[in-house]
Design a protein around this ligand. Sequence first.
Ligand code: TMP
Length: 238
Amino acid sequence: MDALELLYQGKAKSAYVTEDPELLILKFRDDTSAFDGEIIEQLSEKGAINNQFNAFIMQKLADAGIPTHFVERLNATDSLVKRLEMIPVECVVRNRAAGSLVKRLGVDEGLAFDPPLFELFLKNDALHDPMITEHHVEAFGWASRDEMARMHQLTLETNRVLKQLFDDSGLQLVDFKLEFGRANGEIVLGDEFSPDGCRLWDKVTGEKKDKDRFRQKLGGVLDAYREVAERLGIVFDS
Ligand code: TMP
């Protein structure tokens, strides 16, 4: 096969064009970043773990009727996805307080939210992903009011599906981030779902099983990712 043409290089994934203009290949790399790319390290096999983790979750979301960009997993590190016109807004849902919320509002880590808390951030590393509201999204034309409502709805629906899935495996889904895009006038989930972009705590011990292990230098990052995958019943290729 000819060398693939790189379309976009993110912090942890690269997107390549294919012969079909509507499809891209996403390559999950071992690069692991924190603090808006301030720290980047390679964690051997993380790309393969996250690609296979993501494929499993995308299938669960599709089964629940959530439209996603995911088409199929191609090999250990690569997946085929639909090309979307991406919206530069990060939708975050929180079932418990952690991370930036704890710093911003000075609440205790672990404070429970019922119903879950929904927040928006602008995807802009140089500005450190500032918090925004749906009014900013409309005023700056990043998405229409209807599109924003749909992103909100799909994020909460994803939370309902995945909260239960992780709960059944003895894990609390604390929070996660999703990005969306447009395809044929429809809002479609255009993000990965892996322990890189969510927080997962052991229901019994409270132990962190996600990228906070990297951010907080707790060690055992990929052992935790593998353990989560194993608990969900994911079997890895390599
Ligand atoms: P935060 O506590 O840093 O605001 O993050 C909330 C959740 O969203 C957490 O699971 C990490 C995830 N997230 C990303 O994966 N990438 C991002 O750029 C941001 C802002 C959050």
